[in-house]
Design a protein around this ligand. Structure first.
Ligand SMILES: Nc1nc2c(ncn2[C@@H]2O[C@H](COP(=O)(O)OP(=O)(O)OP(=O)(O)O)[C@@H](O)[C@H]2O)c(=O)[nH]1
Length: 194
């Protein structure tokens, strides 16, 4: 298994949050901001954690913060900025809106690293999740190529890389729930309390 010192944790916390209306990383669940759950899940598994966001309010967490190199260009551009700032071959990338995520789930991505795969992502209920995934640093060049062509769709860029997926078992089925709307915030509060 790869060593913790070879892995950086990268949390994406930029974007417009247009559906929610407020910055999703600062939504609260059980008196803790959402982003704190991503930080906690990454902590035991990585040597450093960075937050990719232009919002300096995220500096309260005392972590390295990286600005977006390409502005308003979505999660793929956020990943690109994070990988540019990373100094390790492996990078665990997480969004900031998945407060039920756990180290146990993320560990599964690290356990199946092989020489071939450039991206290893979680699959849950038949859906692949490129924002809960392990990325080799060198794919930043492929992503940059797409951004240069104004192709911003993360799934298109992931398809151009060698990837594999890890299917989650039932016990972890709620761990990847994300929140985009006020309605989904209520749903996650319910899932958290059960
Ligand atoms: N650094 C960075 N992160 C982003 C960017 N766009 C989205 N994200 C992050 O990517 C994850 C998924 O974001 P989405 O829900 O798809 O997009 P969003 O812009 O936050 O929200 P909507 O406007 O409602 O689509 C979240 O953690 C966002 O913070 C971006 O341009 N830069």
């Amino acid at each position: 298994m790869i060593n913790k010192k070879d892995i950086t944790g990268i949390i994406l916390a930029g974007g417009k949050s247009s559906r929610m209306g407020t910055d999703k990383g600062f939504l609260m669940l059980d008196n803790k901001p959402f982003i704190q759950y991503s930080i906690q899940a990454l902590k035991p598994l990585v040597s450093e954690i960075m937050i990719v966001s232009d919002n300096s309010n995220y500096d309260v967490f005392g972590l390295k913060r990286v600005n977006d190199i390409k502005k308003n260009a979505g999660p793929m551009a956020g990943i690109y900025s994070g990988l540019e700032a990373s100094s390790t071959d492996y990078n665990l990338i997480l969004s900031c809106d998945i407060p039920l995520i756990s180290s146990e789930v993320l560990k599964k991505l690290i356990e199946v690293v092989d020489d071939n795969s450039e991206i290893i992502q979680i699959e849950n209920h038949g859906k692949t999740m490129p924002l809960i995934a392990l990325y080799k640093r060198h794919i930043k060049d492929t992503f940059n190529g797409f951004l240069q062509k104004d192709e911003r769709r993360l799934r298109v860029a992931v398809k151009a890389c060698k990837s594999k997926t890890i299917r989650l078992e039932k016990a972890h089925e709620f761990s990847t729930m994300n929140v985009n709307t006020k309605e989904e915030l209520k749903q996650i509060e319910n899932a958290f309390n059960h």
